[in-house]
Ligand binder design. Structure first.
Ligand SMILES: CC(C)(COP(=O)(O)OP(=O)(O)OC[C@H]1O[C@@H](n2cnc3c(N)ncnc32)[C@H](O)[C@@H]1OP(=O)(O)O)[C@@H](O)C(=O)NCCC(=O)NCCS
Length: 193
């Protein structure tokens, strides 16, 4: 399971999530999430549709087609973000990560820490050989999360993504190989000794 220790936030699975809390998180962050999570904000347009969205997420997890990890403030117990695993290809094997944090909690290193914990799950539990992240070219914060976790920029995919305004944007593709992950983890552990 998820291996994570922090005084600031916990990482939780879908069983602990109330759909109204998730709706409120999305409602508060609609414009903040427009670029990176257009599908989620569309699906969570109302409290009722959010219930359906979470049911759909639970089915995705049950079918092992994806995973959702929810971030909760330990002090206030407020839901503050999400890291999800998607586009799992067991043949390669590789998968993609997506993530967001409540705008109030940005820039505190929380997403980077959560991604670190989810990467452990990807390589140890799911036995992936590669994890990738796709970010809009203008999304510098997201690119920093990838770089801080040891991902390498592998390329820029031109006109790959249609943003909510209908414009075609370039996507920056980041990859992390299993071999590099374990090399980085060993170096990090040795530094901490
Ligand atoms: C992208 C996002 C997840 C980053 O979350 P976060 O918790 O702020 O990330 P972290 O604090 O772990 O790291 C972000 C880093 O980027 C930096 N950063 C953020 N926005 C930046 C910007 N516009 N320009 C330059 N640096 C920026 C932060 O200062 C931090 O760097 P540091 O650790 O060197 O100080 C958050 O901004 C978000 O939820 N965005 C909307 C959803 C989204 O776009 N998700 C990604 C889809 S691919």
């Amino acid at each position: 399971m998820i291996n994570h220790k922090s005084d600031i936030f916990s990482i939780q699975t879908i069983e602990t999530i109330q759909s109204d809390d998730f709706f409120n998180l999305i409602e508060k962050n609609r414009s903040h999430l427009a670029l990176g999570f257009p599908y989620t904000i569309l699906k969570c347009a109302t409290p009722e549709s959010t219930k359906d969205y979470l049911k759909e997420s639970a089915k995705t997890i049950a079918d092992k087609k994806g995973y959702f990890f929810y971030l909760r403030n330990k002090k206030t117990e407020a839901l503050i973000g999400l890291v999800n695993i998607k586009n799992i290809n067991k043949e390669i094997p590789l998968c993609e990560l997506g993530y967001f944090i409540d705008r109030e909690y940005q820039g505190k290193g929380i997403t980077s820490m959560a991604v670190d914990a989810v990467l452990h799950f990807c390589f140890e539990e799911l036995q992936m050989n590669k994890v990738f992240i796709c970010t809009d070219k203008v999304n510098i914060g997201s690119q920093k999360v990838a770089l801080k976790n040891g991902f390498l920029q592998e390329g820029i995919l031109r006109n790959e993504f249609k943003n909510p305004k209908g414009e075609l944007n370039d996507v920056v593709y980041f990859g992390l190989l299993r071999s590099d992950y374990y090399k980085n983890t060993t170096v990090k552990r040795n530094k901490e000794k």
